[in-house]
Design a protein around this ligand. Structure first.
Ligand code: SAH
Ligand code: DHB
Ligand code: MG
Length: 230
């Protein structure tokens, strides 16, 4: 069938890009091994998506980053590698075991001085950051529970600086977000609602880059306009 050979080609292209531009790195391999040893789900970003996160962070001169959904710290490492010496990354994680595994991975990469993994429900931790007047972030990566995405966008808009980037994983999910009747299909419906909120928000300039994962998925890249910008 045409669609299956097309999928096969997409995977081979993805592998080609990864082989060329994502050579093995000890810290990243350690992260993946540590996740496997601890039976964490293999739902981290791909190497190619990690490299894209790294490049976006570096290109935008990001000093302060916020990640929502740490898992074993694999995407955290990619992002943290783009930080300058005095940079800071705060990553929020609900599951105590995931947070523990991520901290091991961060320590192994000698990044513990720049990276903080905070254990708790992001829906409680994000309002705390706002109340406690946490300085604004240059980049926010949304990657926790998908049904929470619309709420995470609201908090991200309060915590991002003008000109900052909001990046969001898993916004395509094999295309199910495009279904016309999503009633009762929890995650897909919330992601579709989230994507529409990105599109409709006059403060944001957004594109979604499709990326190969288990299936085709995507990363939303949203730039927050500066004050007075049309
Ligand atoms: N960013 C990671 C993958 C994150 S998977 C990577 O690419 O390497 C999603 C993570 O979000 C899981 O670890 C899950 O425990 C966490 N999570 C789910 N609901 C959450 C919540 N309400 N608050 C914080 N973290 C949550
Ligand atoms: C899931 C979560 C993710 O962040 C991801 O990239 C893939 C899958 C999940 O919860 O199934
Ligand atoms: Mg994800």
């Amino acid at each position: 069938m045409a669609s299956s050979s097309y999928t096969d080609l997409a995977y081979r292209v993805d592998a080609y890009i990864e082989e060329l531009f994502c050579p093995p790195q000890e810290n990243l391999s350690f992260a993946l091994d540590n996740m496997r040893r601890n039976n964490l789900p293999e739902i981290n970003v791909s190497a190619n998506e990690g490299k894209l996160l790294y490049l976006l962070a570096k290109l935008s001169g990001t000093r302060r980053m916020l990640e929502i959904g740490t898992l074993g710290g694999y995407s955290t490492l990619w992002l943290a590698q783009a930080l300058p010496t005095e940079g800071y990354l705060l990553s929020l994680e609900y599951d105590a075991k995931h947070a523990r595994v991520a901290r091991e991975t961060i320590a192994h990469a000698n990044l513990a001085t720049k990276v903080e993994v905070r254990h708790g429900d992001a829906k409680a931790l994000l309002p705390q950051l706002v109340t406690q007047s946490e300085p604004l972030f240059d980049l926010i990566f949304i990657d926790a529970d998908k049904t929470g995405y619309p709420v995470y966008l609201e908090w991200a808009l309060k915590l991002i600086r003008p000109g900052g980037l909001i990046l969001t994983d898993n916004v395509i999910r094999g295309g199910i977000v495009m279904a016309t009747n999503l009633n009762g299909r929890g995650e897909a419906e919330m992601i579709a609602r989230f994507n529409k909120a990105l599109a409709d928000n006059p403060r944001l300039e957004t594109i979604i880059v499709p990326l190969m994962r288990d299936t085709v998925d995507g990363l939303a890249i949203s730039r927050v306009k500066e004050q007075g910008e049309e």
